[in-house]
Write a protein that binds this ligand. Structure first.
Ligand code: PMP
Length: 339
């Protein structure tokens, strides 16, 4: 008999399981609404032109080797990623107060951040919005944090339960961590206004809570990289500390390349440097060092101004099309009497 004979069949992941069911379904008019991956008008995955260009550039560069990256990944990718989310001329970057690690897309960045917090932060409770991306609960729990929720979505208004959010974060114990979706809240699509973000910021800072931003959709909510990063930048501009997990899965269409970064913004350069040294100890036994290819694509695009401009145009086209598809779906449902 197998030594594993007693192992029970695990359920499919609720989101990825939809893809499994989708692939099995023979219907010619099927649509996969499970995993949030961009599709063209023809329902096909899209590789951005600028990504193809960057890959071509990398292939032609004969000096490139396949050596291991350092534990924290590609240094120039990390610098450019921090700049992308925190903004050009960000004081925290200029003052060397940001520790960044290249991680395995958004999920890996959240997990490394969570493991770091579980090991080094005095509070172990993290508040996530209700509802939230289904994996948040599992990522944080597996890392040893204790997860609580704060009210976020109000089904009656189909908008933000702002009062509930303020009450729940207001009642959180001092020092607790708060997971915030930087933009394009998943699964509701409801984001606070900038005025509401400002109130959230004041509350979080006055209570000494620690914000952890999940930025999986920078550029996808509005079509503008800067507009979508505004909430994160408000928190960094006040000089306080926070964590940011970035993913390039959606905005560069690099899903399977697993390209992302964790940045920990600190109050002082010496703290950031010690934090960085500890991030290495978290990562080394987990996967030793991150993969080179996807991060090289992203870094190539981010550092070349022509490619960067081309990326912004392609990104805006994806965002605009998503916004228009949603409007069309809404109008079609309304016309059929759904309210
Ligand atoms: N956070 C949120 C809110 C997401 O929706 C996703 C992807 N669905 C992720 C993080 C992580 O995605 P990835 O690991 O592919 O970057």
């Amino acid at each position: 008999d197998s030594v594993f004979a007693a192992i029970a069949q695990a359920p499919e992941d609720p989101i990825l399981g939809v893809t499994v069911a989708y692939n099995k379904d023979p219907s010619p008019i099927k649509l996969n609404l499970g995993v949030g991956a961009y599709r063209t008008e023809e329902g096909k995955p899209l590789v951005l032109n600028v990504v193809r260009k960057a890959e071509q550039f990398l292939v032609n560069d004969q000096s490139r080797v396949k050596e291991y990256l350092p534990i924290l990944g590609l240094a120039e990718f990390n610098k450019l990623s921090a700049k992308l989310i925190l903004g050009d001329g960000c004081a925290a970057i200029e003052e060397n107060r940001v520790a960044t690690a290249q991680c395995l897309s958004g999920t890996g960045s959240l997990r490394v951040g969570a493991e770091f917090l579980a090991k080094h932060y005095h509070q172990h409770t993290i508040y996530i919005p209700l509802p939230s991306w289904g994996n948040h609960l599992k990522v944080f729990t597996m890392a040893g944090l204790s997860v609580k929720t704060y009210r976020y979505y109000d089904p009656t208004t189909r908008g933000l339960n702002f009062q509930g959010l303020l009450e729940d974060l207001g009642a959180a114990p001092a020092g607790a961590m708060v997971l915030l979706h930087a933009c394009a809240h998943n699964p509701t699509g409801v984001d606070p206004t900038l005025e509401q973000w400002e109130q959230i910021r004041q509350l979080i800072r006055s209570k000494g809570l620690l914000p952890f931003f999940d930025s999986a959709y920078q550029g996808f909510a509005s079509g503008s990289l800067d507009a979508d990063a505004q909430p994160v930048r408000m928190f960094v501009a006040d000089g306080g500390e926070c964590l940011v997990a970035q993913s390039y899965a959606k905005n560069m269409g690099l899903y399977g390349e697993r390209v992302g970064a964790l940045s920990i913004v600190c109050k002082a350069a010496d703290v950031a440097s010690r934090v960085e040294s500890q991030l290495k100890l978290v990562i080394r036994p987990m996967y030793s060092n991150p993969p080179i290819h996807g991060a090289s694509i992203a870094a190539t695009i981010l550092k070349n101004s022509d490619m960067y401009d081309e990326w912004k145009i392609e990104l805006k086209a994806m965002a605009d099309r998503i916004i228009s598809m949603r409007k069309q779906l809404f109008d079609a449902l309304s016309a059929r009497g759904f309210t």
